[in-house]
Design a protein around this ligand. Structure first.
Ligand SMILES: [Ca+2]
Length: 290
């Protein structure tokens, strides 16, 4: 299994300050959705690919930031606490963690929404249900890992990243890519694509505070191409990069704490509402603590 290096990212995040925080969409805890049905069947012949080195088609390998590296930066004590590349698909509705410290992602759905694990080259990515005109009855799906202390960074440095591919037509309002927690009640880290601009946004909501902090990408990402999005809270700075290009950054209080009892969710905030679902494709998610 490869280790991700962030020495380049820390340099990128020293670029000039950008826009101030903006309000993130309110998210409600999941409530009524049923536990998801098993996802796409896994070809037993391909399950050995889990944990295998990325290939040339792996979008993570084309980005300067967040790309898998072959060596650990000795200057950092940061540890991967969750990583998913979907190359093994899902087994009984579960996607294996590759970090060795995280839990599997479980497929959850409503109205028979399906996540498909689509082959591209020698790997696979996750494709989420399409938007539709009747969101309260449409099939919806997300991936979920249970509450985990490793995913509650508190005030420590924390990085979360994903490769995303979507078109502007796949945006129906904001699209939540990955998050733990909700704004307003508790605390949160989140990556989303904003509905209005199609840009990627990294959001932190601090515990015990109504304050929300956000960094936004320099350019839209909803253009039908793969993009590598990296969010990083380093001390009092929250920053974002896309394909190695820094976006805005914002300043957090040193006391801004992210610690909650919510699961980590990928592809949407919950299944109960009709908003903020992601309708594109994802690959190479990870979270790093420290
Ligand atoms: Ca993959």
């Amino acid at each position: 299994m490869k280790i991700l290096s962030f020495s380049a990212l820390s340099l990128l995040l020293t670029l000039p300050a950008g826009t101030p925080a903006t309000a993130a969409g309110a998210d409600d805890p999941a409530t009524t959705a049923a536990v998801g049905a098993p996802a796409t069947a896994v070809d037993p012949a391909t399950t050995a690919a889990v944990g295998a080195p990325a290939t040339a088609v792996d979008p993570a390998t084309t980005a300067a930031v967040g790309a898998p590296a072959t060596a650990v930066d000795p200057a950092t004590t940061a540890a991967l606490v969750a990583r998913y590349n979907f190359d093994g698909g899902a087994t009984e509705g579960r996607v294996a963690d590759l970090s060795g410290r995280g839990a599997p992602l479980t497929v959850r759905n409503a109205a028979n929404g399906q996540i498909t694990f689509t082959t591209e080259g020698t790997g696979r990515y996750a494709a989420f249900p399409a938007a539709c005109a009747a969101p309260t009855t449409c099939g919806k799906a997300l991936l979920e890992a249970p509450d985990d202390a490793d995913l509650d960074p508190g005030t420590r440095n924390f990085t979360w990243a994903a490769s995303v591919r979507l078109t502007a037509a796949q945006l129906s309002g904001n699209a939540n890519i990955m998050q733990k927690g909700v704004a307003g009640i508790g605390s949160q880290w989140k990556m989303q694509v904003t509905g209005k601009s199609g840009r990627a946004q990294c959001v932190v909501a601090a515990r015990g505070s109504a304050q929300t902090f956000a960094a936004i990408s320099a350019r839209p990402v909803a253009d039908g191409a793969w993009h590598r999005v990296v969010c990083q809270r380093t001390g009092t700075t929250l920053g974002i990069s896309v394909d190695g290009v820094a976006g805005s950054k914002t300043t957090l209080p040193t006391t801004a704490t992210i610690d909650n009892t919510m699961p980590m969710r990928v592809g949407g905030p919950n299944l109960a509402g009709d908003g903020d679902m992601y309708h594109g494709q994802l690959d190479d998610l990870y979270a790093q603590l420290g």
